[in-house]
Design a protein around this ligand. Structure first.
Ligand code: SF4
Length: 179
């Protein structure tokens, strides 16, 4: 049986959505009978394959120039794009930074945190540039929104199972929540 190709990646988030994905536990084994996981942020293969995948899954908000590149590459290479979690769906906690001046936010992160000694704000042409934090849908077209912080393992399983059946998932009841 030909497996359905699925690629995952993360943008600006906390990895909680990926932890919830792993919480599918033994159901992950069932899914992997039908899915070829081509790339993930926690494996050596980070980029979706150039010949494309059926399903792309992105968690996290978009808040720097690398996030924009990752989002656009995934969009170009997948047929259906899933926004996984509140950050990807509507910006989530990442957008709290938008209430502050960017330099103030960088100073707080790299210089002023209680555990930082002699901190400096990193500066290099090789580094990405921070931008206003926005939901994934403001950068690329999203086909399926799966909110929650994080979405439950049941909700993630429901979405993947429906997609494997060739259906666009509908979220109801406990599978649909905003945190
Ligand atoms: Fe983390 Fe919640 Fe954002 Fe997922 S939605 S990346 S769990 S903060």
């Amino acid at each position: 049986m030909t497996k359905v190709k699925v690629a995952m990646d993360w943008l600006a988030g906390c990895a909680g959505c990926e932890m919830s994905t792993l919480d599918m536990d033994e159901r992950l084994i069932q899914l992997l009978d039908k899915i070829e996981l081509t790339s993930t942020p926690i494996t050596d293969l980070k980029h979706p394959p150039k010949d494309g995948v059926t399903v792309g899954i992105l968690s996290g908000a978009v808040n720097n120039t690398t996030n924009v590149e990752v989002a656009k590459e995934m969009r170009e290479r997948c047929k259906l794009l899933v926004a996984l979690g509140d950050c990807a769906v509507f910006g989530g906690v990442m957008t709290m930074r938008n209430f502050f001046d960017m330099n103030e936010a960088l100073k707080r992160a790299y210089v002023e945190t209680e555990s930082t000694v002699d901190g400096v704000i990193p500066s290099s042409e090789e580094l990405c540039k921070p931008i206003k934090a926005v939901p994934l849908g403001e950068i690329v077209k999203v086909d399926i929104h799966l909110p929650g912080c994080p979405p439950s393992a049941d909700a993630i399983y429901h979405v993947l199972s429906e997609l494997l059946e060739g259906r666009i998932p509908v979220l109801t009841g406990n599978n649909l929540k905003y945190d």
